[in-house]
Write a protein of this length. Structure first.
Length: 439
């Protein structure tokens, strides 16, 4: 909870404005008339900056009317301790969100900002009962609106944030929602991604986006010199008819649309060739991480890795999710709650996190939030990369998928590059990365 501030009189000239959720001020003349008739019923909310100035948290319209009427002192609720950005937004939201004169897109943007900050602080809520973290339902409860209304507001805000032309003719939230319903999820993401890619300025987003290469790995790797990378993380097709299993688990059809499954016969051709190319471009003392389906590929995968020249152990790394996954036969088979990866080495590399266990505990990305069927949480990938690789290590990701590996490596200061065949996965990556970098 945010503590209640004290009420006092402060000089108008000492109040400082920052970026506000409200963009349109509405009918100030009507507000001025009302205030002249009824007075200032509710004080402003400000943060004491300890230097004689006060940052306005809530009440910009009232402040504007009072200032233009040359009122010297204004009553305000003063918060004296340092407030986090989230706490300041919550205070602003408490007044702004339910004001009838606020534009619908301002509601949407404020809801998205608060939802993102809450998830950044607490993490996205894990699937299943009792999961920790923050969800759209929590945002709805906080703002006093329903979960479906929150979801629609977030979708409108995300699309409008980087593609405002899509909503130029919209006068109401209902108008904007109709547009979202008419245009497919993939089409919206493609339009947003294309707009982002047209921006050629030197930004973190453009730099990391240029490392998401739409190209077949075996074509792209030909251009990479030998002994370049310190860590290679591979999440290849699983050759287990993953699409059918994921559909039964409620996976987003968008995330499945571009997934390239492979037959067992093609898998036996792909993997040895893949390991050979990776070995060539890896530094003398480097690590290889390979995700795989233990059934039926455990021993075969082990032999392929070993045959390419790597050192490897059958004691795999395990990602434990904490919640049950899918089971094709739930009445007779336990639901799977973990995934496995082989870790192998070229030369004699050292672990960055010496003594780390072979289990990594992180909740999965909720099924309906995934953009790729084997998408893993960024925090998991950060822990994984940081365990095996030192700061500044170069990372190669042959099958990028969601692109979360690029985001994890970037957060750790590790230059990374990867390949994928799917334009739609890169579109989703650009939209997600833009949201992260614009916070």
């Amino acid at each position: 909870m945010i503590e209640t501030g004290r009420v006092g009189m402060i000089p108008v000239e000492n109040i400082v404005l920052t970026d506000r959720a409200r963009k349109a001020m509405g009918d100030l003349d009507g507000l001025e008339l009302n205030m002249k008739e009824s007075g200032l019923i509710q004080p402003l909310a400000v943060k004491d900056n300890s230097d004689g100035t006060f940052t306005l948290l809530a009440g910009e319209r009232r402040f504007t009317v009072l200032k233009r009427n040359e009122v010297a002192l204004i009553p305000a609720r003063i918060y004296e301790r340092d407030l986090t950005l989230l706490e300041m937004k919550v205070i602003e939201n408490a007044e702004n969100f339910h004001r009838k004169d606020m534009e619908f897109y301002e509601y949407d943007a404020l809801a998205l900002e608060i939802h993102n900050m809450k998830q950044e602080a607490l993490g996205a809520k894990a699937a299943g009962p009792g999961g920790s973290g923050w969800s759209t339902s929590d945002t709805g409860e906080m703002l006093g609106i329903s979960q479906p209304s929150v979801s629609q507001a977030l979708a409108r805000a995300q699309a409008r944030e980087v593609y405002p032309e899509l909503f130029e003719s919209c006068k109401t939230a209902a108008d904007a929602t109709k547009i979202l319903k008419k245009v497919s999820e993939e089409a919206i993401k493609e339009a947003i991604a294309r707009k982002l890619e047209c921006d050629k300025s030197e930004t973190d987003l453009n730099r990391i986006a240029s490392h998401f290469i739409i190209k077949d790995f075996f074509e792209g790797v030909k251009e990479i010199p030998e002994k370049t990378f310190n860590l290679v993380e591979i999440d290849p097709p699983y050759a287990i008819n993953l699409q059918a299993q994921k559909k039964k688990d409620g996976e987003s059809q968008y995330s499945l649309a571009s997934y390239n499954e492979i037959t067992p016969e093609k898998y036996a051709e792909l993997m040895p060739k893949l390991f050979s190319e990776c070995y060539r471009v890896m530094a003398d003392h480097s690590w290889l991480i390979v995700w795989f389906a233990p059934h039926p590929w455990f021993e075969t995968m082990y032999q392929w890795i070993k045959g390419a020249g790597f050192g490897v152990t059958r004691l795999c790394g395990i990602w434990t999710k904490g919640t049950p996954g899918q089971s094709m036969n739930p009445s007779i088979r336990l639901a799977n709650s973990y995934e496995m990866f082989f870790y192998a080495w070229k030369g004699s590399p050292a672990l960055n996190k010496a003594g780390h266990g072979n289990d990594f505990h992180f909740p999965p990305v909720p099924a309906q939030q995934k953009v790729h069927p084997t998408e893993r949480p960024i925090e998991l990938m950060k822990d994984l990369y940081e365990t095996f690789a030192f700061p500044g290590s170069r990372v190669l990701i042959p099958f990028l998928g969601s692109g979360n590996g690029l985001l994890a490596a970037n957060a750790l200061g590790m230059p990374a590059v990867g390949f994928d065949l799917s334009r739609s996965y890169k579109n989703s990556f650009l939209v997600k990365a833009n949201s992260m970098f614009s916070k």
